[in-house]
Design a protein around this ligand. Structure first.
Ligand code: 6GU
Length: 222
């Protein structure tokens, strides 16, 4: 999979070198391209935003610079993801769908967002365009949201996780991300023992107990 991101803060994407994502890149399963939006600015001050038509607070990112950045990236294989708190909420099923894509382009908005004609233009050229949010809170920009999405998506690509069984087990529960509580050594820690059932070796009963615990935990965290 190829993943491109366009941003005025390329340094935000330094963590892509680490851990799972770093290894996935080294092994050639994913390839990242990080592009500095400002390098596509056309005016002398490298300005990428301007005041909104119709008035109001904040600044809006200008379409011309976004067009220049995105045109060379977009092809028939591309899904354009525009990060915005007004977008559709990112979840595990969406991550699973994007993990089957061949090319993702993340457009990281800052300020009050990107001139809407950028979205309209790529839609009109028959590209797949998605406005996505990662949750009901407002971030300073789409960079961190992109990182969240990239991590959730790439770990679902075959070969990225060292142990494919962890993926298989996750998708066992229909939600795909409901989890039971986990325990490891020692058997007793600060007077808290590991639940007896987990030491029983009875895999049928353990599976039942874990399913019940997962539901209990989900209720508590509602
Ligand atoms: Cl994608 N962008 C911004 N700026 N804030 C957010 C978000 C995205 N998702 C949740 N909050």
């Amino acid at each position: 999979m190829k993943i491109d991101a366009v941003t005025i803060f390329p340094e935000y994407f330094a963590p892509l070198k680490l851990s799972l994502l770093g290894k996935a890149q080294e092994s050639g399963i994913v390839e990242f391209g990080i592009h500095d939006l400002r390098s596509f600015a056309t005016n002398v001050h490298n300005q990428v935003d301007d005041t909104p038509y119709g008035g109001g607070a904040g600044m809006v990112m200008m379409p011309e610079v976004w067009g220049k950045a995105l045109d060379p990236l977009m092809s028939a294989q591309s899904d354009l993801i525009i990060l915005t708190p007004a977008g559709r909420r990112f979840d595990q099923p969406m991550a699973a769908k994007f993990s089957k894509a061949s090319h993702l382009v993340f457009a990281c908005g800052r300020y009050e967002g990107i001139d809407d004609r950028v979205r309209q233009h790529y839609l009109s050229k028959n590209h797949r365009v998605h406005e996505v949010s990662i949750g009901d809170y407002v971030l300073g920009g789409g960079e961190v949201a992109s990182l969240v999405m990239i991590e959730a998506i790439t770990r679902l690509i075959p070969g990225v996780l060292g142990n494919p069984e962890s993926l298989a087990e996750e998708s066992h529960n229909q939600e795909g991300y409901l989890e039971y509580p986990s325990f490891t050594k020692p058997q007793n820690w600060r007077d808290i023992p590991v639940p007896e059932i987990l030491l029983s070796g009875n895999h049928g009963e353990i599976a039942k107990w874990r399913a019940a615990q997962a539901i209990e935990r989900a209720k508590e965290n509602l």
